[in-house]
Write a new protein. Structure first.
Lengths: 402, 311
């Protein structure tokens, strides 16, 4: 069985708003969602600013829950619920006869609950409910219960490529008939555990994030969730659901080189972009936009630029390429997913988001990065590229549905 | 179903039944696994002192290259890869790196490193953070280290879906190979004994209720049956079906397992969480079953594969 798979619903929790409409409007306007971290004491981190979700309130009862789950799972449930509503679906999905699955992704799962568990454990009072809420399996379990999913649930975690891989894998499941519909995406929350580690690795800038700019010095992290609804094109059409874009293909791989450093020749990223195009059956001439990983670190941005040029050749110089990390930060396990949502919106609305925080050209980053202001553009097909610690890469190709 | 049959040409296994195929076969015959008080941490404080531990595990004896730091989950993963590649008699480095893949499953990953890292920053602040321990605390660290060790430049995902994790890893790997996307896949799962997990299970009353947490690591070398035959590989089993579904019964049907004898292990090895399904697959192979369906039912869905002995 092989079916065309389309995105019919989008949901977002982000530093630029907790619904797709607000996120997209502010993203196109070049707004930036960074502020001093307020949820915990950031002293000692390399940067006390991050893309925090502000004024967060979670109504557990609205999801039929007795207690709120971990913060990252809260983000995921809210984003997934928006995506289902956006797709014109109500839950429990099982009552509609839909064999619905979910594929979630995260780097740090219930990090807030893990930190509470560690404190309790060290005090000699380990609490099982904190450990369970910190586990990677919490979110898909909740999604199955809350949304009435009768299909399988998966969790992928390949560091900062996780969100893209989750959407790619879920598209495969729908394409191959493992399920009739899938909710897929990623989520993560800011907390001392990941931020202390990313500070120690010097991935975080001590200043500001400037993707693809000459004065880039590192990234800023953010939090949130992005989920999409994927379904076969024929069933979406049959129920009158509009499609943002088709998931034309995807690929994932590993550099097989180093745990934390990108391979200098960008071979892994080059191969994943080429493999994605091949899987999608797209030519480079059909690609009108690339949503780049664009972390703003010294080694990453030239490597990604090189990979794009190695695959797209002359076409790389003709198309807009942007990183939304300068606007929302690096959302870790949700990064790939929110960037795919932005890519789908670019196709659907005929506009490409800017690289917020861009300052000055770098000779090793010599493409059109859409500096600071979004612009109208006809996007027939687009790529979203992700990369992560551990050498993981993923690339997803979206195509406009005529 | 699979697009085409997939050969298992190598098997690396470490579990409470021992290290390697031979030790596991003896344990299966004798009906004995290493279940008892854990030695990797002091369990005296807890209400029950019983876990399944890999006996005599010395990581450095089972590594391709020396390592300065390894979480136990990563060490178990690398050791299973080492055993699997050797078992396959594989000229691994003769294959194209981008045509090699690795598919790994674990429910909890590197808990000891997560605990070491988090407890240190809680005690001494963010500036005390260790970049080495942090980079080894990701749930995909075991797969990433194995990808580096074995020059895997194709897909190398980690599945972290609780007890379903190892099943998703094997089924994903089987489909990669069966569809011709890659030439080889190292597929399986690992779980390490950790005091954090043990303490949580004890607090939940699950140890007292009879659950024995176990550690295990299993990796299978998968390759297309035709290619394995062409290179004269020793074929230890053939996967003819592999499916994931909302329930075990649906997965068995989708895998073509109707009328196939389900595999039931002849001994208790405890519960290995994300490595449980790979352990069931490995023991079915080692026991030499002619044809068997291996399944798992979890809170996140069901999975099944159909295994046949190659004649």
């Amino acid at each position: 069985m092989s079916r065309r798979v389309v995105i019919t619903g989008l949901g977002i929790v982000s530093p630029l708003g907790c619904c797709v409409g607000e996120f997209w409007q502010r993203l196109l306007a070049g707004e930036r969602g960074f502020s001093r971290i307020g949820r915990f004491d950031p002293v000692g981190l390399r940067n006390e600013r991050a893309g925090e979700v502000k004024d967060w309130a979670f109504d557990a009862a609205a999801f039929g829950l007795q207690e709120p789950p971990s913060l990252a799972s809260q983000f995921a449930l809210v984003a997934a619920a928006e995506a289902l509503r956006d797709a014109g679906l109500s839950w429990p999905l099982v009552t509609a006869g839909l064999q619905a699955a979910c594929v979630t992704s995260t780097n740090f799962a219930g990090a807030d609950r893990w930190e509470q568990f560690v404190r309790a454990f060290l005090a000699g009072e380990p609490r099982a409910e904190l450990f369970a809420s910190a586990a990677f399996g919490e979110t898909p379990l909740l999604m199955r219960e809350v949304f009435g999913l009768s299909g399988p649930a998966g969790v992928t975690s390949i560091a900062c490529s996780s969100g893209a891989a989750a959407i790619g894998l879920a598209a495969d499941w729908v394409r191959e008939g493992v399920c009739g519909l899938a909710i897929a995406g990623g989520h993560d929350c800011l907390s001392p555990w990941p931020l202390a580690g990313l500070s120690a690795l010097h991935t975080i800038t001590a200043e500001d994030i400037h993707p693809f700019s000459a004065d880039r010095s590192g990234t800023l992290f953010g939090e949130g969730a992005a989920y999409v609804v994927l379904e076969p094109l024929d069933t979406a059409r049959a129920r009158g659901a509009a499609a943002y874009a088709e998931v034309a293909g995807w690929a994932q791989n590993n550099n097989g080189y180093h745990l934390t450093a990108p391979d200098p020749g960008a071979e892994g990223m080059t191969q994943v972009v080429a493999a994605c195009l091949a899987d999608a059956g797209l030519s480079v001439e059909e690609i009108d936009y690339i949503n780049a990983h664009g972390t703003g670190t010294q080694p990453h941005d030239p490597a990604e630029t090189l990979a794009i040029k190695q695959v797209l050749g002359w076409r790389a110089y003709q198309i807009p390429i942007s990183s939304i990390k300068g606007a929302v930060g690096h959302l870790m396990g949700a990064a790939g997913a929110i960037e795919i949502v932005a890519t789908a919106l670019a196709i659907a609305h005929g506009a490409v988001p800017p690289t917020a925080g861009y300052t000055s050209p770098d000779p090793t980053c010599d493409l059109d990065y859409v500096p600071n202001v979004g612009r109208p553009a006809t996007v027939r097909a687009a790529l979203s590229i992700s990369a992560g610690i551990g050498g993981s890469n993923a690339c997803v190709a979206l195509r406009r549905v005529e | 179903m699979l697009p085409s049959p997939v050969a298992v040409t190598g098997l690396g296994i470490l579990s409470p039944m021992g290290i390697g195929r031979h030790a596991t076969a003896e344990a299966l015959d004798g009906g004995r696994a290493n279940l008892g008080p854990p030695t990797v941490f002091d369990a005296a404080l807890y209400s029950v002192q019983r876990a399944g531990e890999v006996p005599g595990f010395v990581p450095k004896a089972l590594l391709e290259t020396p390592k300065t730091y390894l979480d136990r989950c990563s060490a178990l993963t690398l050791a299973a890869c080492y055993l699997a590649v050797r078992d396959a008699g594989l000229q691994w480095l003769e294959s194209l790196p981008e045509r090699r893949s690795l598919s790994h499953g674990t429910a909890f990953g590197c808990l000891d490193s997560m605990m070491a890292f988090t407890s240190r920053i809680q005690a001494a602040g963010a500036k005390s953070a260790s970049p080495i321990v942090f980079s080894h605390s990701f749930i995909n660290t075991p797969a990433s280290l194995a990808a580096i060790e074995y020059s895997v430049r194709g897909p190398a995902p980690t599945f972290a879906s609780g007890d379903l994790a190892g099943a998703e890893a094997i089924i994903y790997g089987a489909h990669l190979v069966g569809s011709g996307t890659v030439d080889f896949c190292l597929a399986g799962g690992a779980e390490a004994l950790s005091e954090a997990l043990y303490a949580a299970l004890d607090d939940a009353g699950r140890l007292a209720a009879g659950l024995t947490p176990s550690e295990a690591s299993v990796m299978l070398v998968l390759e297309p049956l035709e290619a394995a035959l062409a290179r004269g590989a020793g074929i230890v089993a053939v996967l003819t079906g592999a499916a994931l579904a909302g329930s075990l019964s649906q997965a068995l049907t989708a895998a073509g397992a109707e009328n196939v004898q389900p595999w039931v292990a002849p001994l208790d090895w405890g519960h290995a969480f994300g490595a449980e399904f790979p352990l069931r697959v490995a023991t079915a192979i080692i026991a030499g079953t002619e044809r068997a369906a291996v399944g798992i039912s979890t809170q996140l869905g069901g999975a099944a594969v159909v295994l046949e002995a190659y004649k």
